[in-house]
Write a protein that binds this ligand. Structure first.
Ligand code: AMP
Ligand code: ZN
Length: 111
């Protein structure tokens, strides 16, 4: 039994604000957005983290990056930020790899 919350969202066992779906990816709004627009892009296969990735995941990772940019453009963001937290020490809380894409606020706090 897979207890992963993002797998449950993929399987529609728990709701999410889904904004895009194809065979390989699901995109939904972060439940605690840190910007006006805050998307999470996840592959439909369960991979824990970027730490668990290798060359076999290269195509998936490339597609995920490009999908983030495409959706940000479609949502009208002129610029945006992207983030992948990897491992507990990298701030990762949900252990199904996900790509944060966020932006839209008028003021940018540089980090
Ligand atoms: P991370 O710290 O990179 O693992 O980020 C996990 C993100 O998932 C956080 O920004 C949470 O707000 C978000 N999150 C957790 N549960 C849900 C959920 N059920 N629906 C949407 N976003 C979620
Ligand atoms: Zn999962």
């Amino acid at each position: 039994m897979n207890d992963c919350i993002f797998c449950k969202i993929i399987n529609k066992d728990i709701p999410a604000s889904i904004i895009y779906e194809d065979q390989e990816f699901l995109v939904f709004e972060d439940i605690k957005p840190i910007d006006k627009v805050h998307l999470l892009i996840i592959p439909k296969i369960h991979i824990e983290s970027l730490i668990a990735c290798n060359e076999t995941n290269q195509e998936m990772l490339g597609k995920m990056l490009l999908l983030g940019g495409k959706l940000a453009n479609q949502l009208g963001l002129k610029g945006y930020r992207t983030m992948i937290n990897s491992g507990a020490e990298g701030g990762q809380e949900v252990f199904h790899i996900h790509f944060h894409v966020y932006g839209g606020s008028d003021t940018l706090v540089k980090i």
